[in-house]
Design a protein around this ligand. Structure first.
Ligand SMILES: NC(=O)c1ccc[n+]([C@@H]2O[C@H](COP(=O)([O-])OP(=O)(O)OC[C@H]3O[C@@H](n4cnc5c(N)ncnc54)[C@H](OP(=O)(O)O)[C@@H]3O)[C@@H](O)[C@H]2O)c1
Length: 218
């Protein structure tokens, strides 16, 4: 039973919605962010000051004590890719291990683990190579250099469109390379709530026709 979840990046578009979705499901959410006033408000959400650029692994490990899962949704929007998107994620993973939290869910991105796809559409035109490289190392560190029980979610482009509750976990030639932020947030919440289906998996996602819960159970 997942009772306590720490979210790194809880002021973000995805992180804040995932915090609310989990809080609504009765999870105690510890919402980490730099600006406490921008963290989502809910009776089940506890705000925690956290600057990933400054925090040491030991400081992060103290904050993670007693959690059932860590959800990492932070990112620098291309401004500090090494320090936040890559090494910030690695520090959070090391801190999870240090504090005895075994479960780690990482928000990643489309084809991060397939560099051969980066020069093909739709990524070719998106100018995302440095972002993809940073995330490549974060994803690989989680899978290859930790013993954490991980799930990596790799959505396509994030859009500020309404919740649909339906996704697909394949990218095909007919796929639209877009998913709504509330759908990505709810998919992360369901992944957190269902380790029995999602442990040690890399899950691709984009907008689709399958209810989220069915899609991640496959
Ligand atoms: N954009 C896309 O189309 C796309 C597609 C696929 C995957 N993704 C992935 O999804 C992630 C989340 O997207 P989003 O739209 O929710 O991003 P966002 O709104 O920019 O949120 C990023 C979060 O990271 C936090 N952060 C940045 N630097 C930090 C620091 N030094 N210490 C602590 N927190 C820090 C931000 O905190 P502040 O509020 O304090 O800045 C914010 O909470 C992206 O980073 C990317 O990895 C994005």
């Amino acid at each position: 039973m997942v009772k306590k979840v720490f979210i790194v990046g809880a002021t973000g578009r995805v992180g804040s919605q995932a915090a609310l979705d989990l809080a609504e499901r009765g999870v105690e959410v510890y919402a980490g962010g730099r600006a406490l006033d921008r963290l989502p408000k809910h009776e089940n959400i506890t705000p925690i000051a956290l600057d990933l650029a400054q925090a040491s692994v030991n400081e992060l490990a103290e904050k993670f004590q007693g959690m059932d899962s860590i959800l990492f949704t932070a990112g620098s929007r291309g401004k500090d890719l090494l320090r936040i998107d890559a090494f910030g994620a690695v520090k959070a993973m090391q801190a999870a291990e240090k504090s005895g939290v075994n479960r780690f869910v990482l928000l990643s991105s489309m084809y991060v683990l397939q560099p051969e796809k980066w020069q093909e559409e739709p990524l070719k035109s998106a100018d995302l190579e440095e972002f993809n490289i940073a995330k490549f190392f974060a994803d690989h560190y989680l899978m290859d250099s930790t013993n954490l029980n991980y799930t990596i979610l790799q959505p396509t482009g994030l859009t500020e469109t309404p919740y649909t509750g339906k996704i697909t976990t394949e990218y095909t030639n007919t796929t639209q390379y877009k998913n709504s932020i509330p759908d990505v947030a709810m998919t992360l919440a369901e992944i957190i709530l269902h380790p029995e289906w999602t442990s040690r998996r890399v899950i691709m996602m984009t907008g689709g026709d399958t209810p989220i819960i069915e899609a991640i159970a496959q």
